[in-house]
Design a protein around this ligand. Structure first.
Ligand code: DOR
Ligand code: ZN
Length: 456
């Protein structure tokens, strides 16, 4: 019998950072899994990766990407989007269902799996959609390994229709029965449309009209309503891209009354504020919007207190032409981000705004725990050997032409950053190094541990 510590790869000399500390340790890997973490694991005849002087982080788990398959591959596809992920140290992505058509039935879920399964350079989970009339499809999508279900309370890219409250409640009940998380885009659709109509009637076309049409109480109302309903339906609830100080305060108030919910902040909501409309125009149109500096500060304070549970990107590509649109009402919401998340957060760490341990907790450990990815998010024996080598002191100026998405337009172009991804490994295999994505696409579907599939 093979002794359990026999390995086929050892990472030596690096500082392994976890969600609660860091230590100089070696990592021994066998068949894509970590078999040991400890001192002096190098062995004769076993290849080594020399990580001296580098940090070794668990691969990031980005809970919020839009890779646009099927139906919008002119914007991005699984190959290009997961290449960008690999280059950004992200080894697991969870893809959103607001595609054309939306992934709202088991049949479409199966078709999407078929479509993307051989194209991904990193592992991926798929969300199903919770739409206006599909509660009867939820259990079957869970059987196929859905990570959870996305509920759009406010309209955004794609053909999705926002469900009414009765449909929402039925969907919440079905997701609770399946034991899966519902992730919500919490903005009140009726109010958004009304404010949008008013601003258009006044002749507003400028980028800032997007912010004026989405005041924070629109988020507060939707957060309150969905948390109230999810508690009643006993659903595991996650608020995607919570964007306002008032929205976060409402979540904290409701948590204090016993409601259970997790909260996500977006990189974009942490690094851009209202002034950015003057610089970047409609490129930074985002739903929910980039908000005043006080909201940005409140999100950072929430991270400091532990009230924000995860950070994600909302990687939401559009074509370069679409991103040039001058009329705010015709412009699309969202922009790329999966490749720039880690360098931006490392830059914030270099500035003392959070620690690298916080980055691991917010971007690897907690997303993996929350969505029951039992082999992801930690550098420990038994976990997948997904890790990223990081040079936290590397200073560089971001050049968007070096990015791997189909359309590389980002507001962070030419930003000076501190902290670079040196190499990324997926299940023990090198998938990114020195600016290049390496090897064939070998990403696999990730299934939450609690679904029937995973226990078979
Ligand atoms: O701005 C956004 N764009 N927000 C979303 O929630 C969706 C996304 C998209 O799919 O384009
Ligand atoms: Zn999104």
């Amino acid at each position: 019998m093979t002794p359990p510590t026999t390995s086929d790869l050892v990472v030596t000399g690096g500082t392994v950072v976890s969600h609660d500390g860091r230590r100089r340790q070696d990592i021994a890997i066998r068949d894509g899994r970590i078999v040991a973490v400890g001192d002096d694991l190098a062995a004769a005849g076993v290849p080594t990766v020399d990580a001296t002087g580098l940090l070794v982080l668990p691969g990031l788990v980005d809970m919020h990407v839009h890779l646009r398959e099927p139906g919008m591959t002119e914007k991005e596809d699984f190959a290009s989007g997961t290449s960008a992920a690999a280059a950004g140290g992200v080894t697991t992505v969870v893809d959103m269902p607001n595609t054309k058509p939306p992934v709202a039935t088991a049949e479409r879920f199966r078709q999407k799996l078929d479509l993307v399964k051989n194209k991904a350079y990193v592992d991926f989970g798929l969300y199903g959609m919770l739409d206006h009339d599909n509660d009867h499809e939820i259990a079957a999508m869970a059987e196929l390994g859905a990570m959870g279900f996305k509920l759009f309370m406010g309209q955004t890219t794609g053909d999705n229709r926002c469900p009414n409250d009765a449909a929402i409640f039925r969907g919440l009940e079905a997701a609770a029965a399946a034991g899966l998380v519902v992730g919500v885009h919490a903005e009140n659709d009726h109010l958004l449309r009304m404010f949008g109509d008013r601003l258009q009637a006044c002749g507003r076309r400028d980028p800032r009209a997007h912010l004026d049409g989405r005041p924070d109480f629109v988020e507060v109302e939707a957060v309150t309503r969905i948390i109230t309903m999810a508690t009643e339906a006993k659903t595991e609830l996650h608020i995607h891209h919570l964007s306002s100080a008032a929205g976060l305060q409402r979540v904290m108030d409701l948590r204090a009354r016993g409601h259970r919910v997790t909260v996500e902040a977006l990189v974009s909501h942490l690094f851009l504020d209202e002034d950015a409309y003057d610089t970047y125009g409609n490129l930074i149109k985002l739903n929910p919007p980039i908000r005043p500096a006080a909201d940005v500060e409140a999100l950072w304070a929430g991270i400091g207190r532990g009230d924000v549970d995860i950070i994600a990107t909302d990687h939401a590509p559009h074509t370069a032409d679409e991103q040039k649109e001058d009329d705010v009402w015709k412009a699309y919401g969202g922009f790329i981000g999966v490749e720039t998340m880690l360098p931006l957060l490392l830059t914030a760490a270099a500035q003392g705004k959070l620690t690298v341990e916080d980055i691991v907790r917010l971007c690897s450990y907690t997303p993996a725990q929350r969505w029951s990815m039992s082999t992801k998010g930690q550098i420990s024996a038994g976990f997948d050997a997904d890790f990223v080598l990081v040079d936290p002191t590397a200073e560089f100026v971001l050049d968007q032409t070096s990015l791997h998405s189909k359309h590389n337009v980002t507001p962070y172009n030419e930003w000076p950053l501190t902290g670079a991804v040196v190499a990324t490994y997926l299940r023990g295999n090198l998938i990114f190094e020195k600016g290049e994505v390496i090897g064939a696409p070998a990403g696999r579907q990730v299934i939450p541990a609690r679904t029937p599939l995973a226990t078979h």
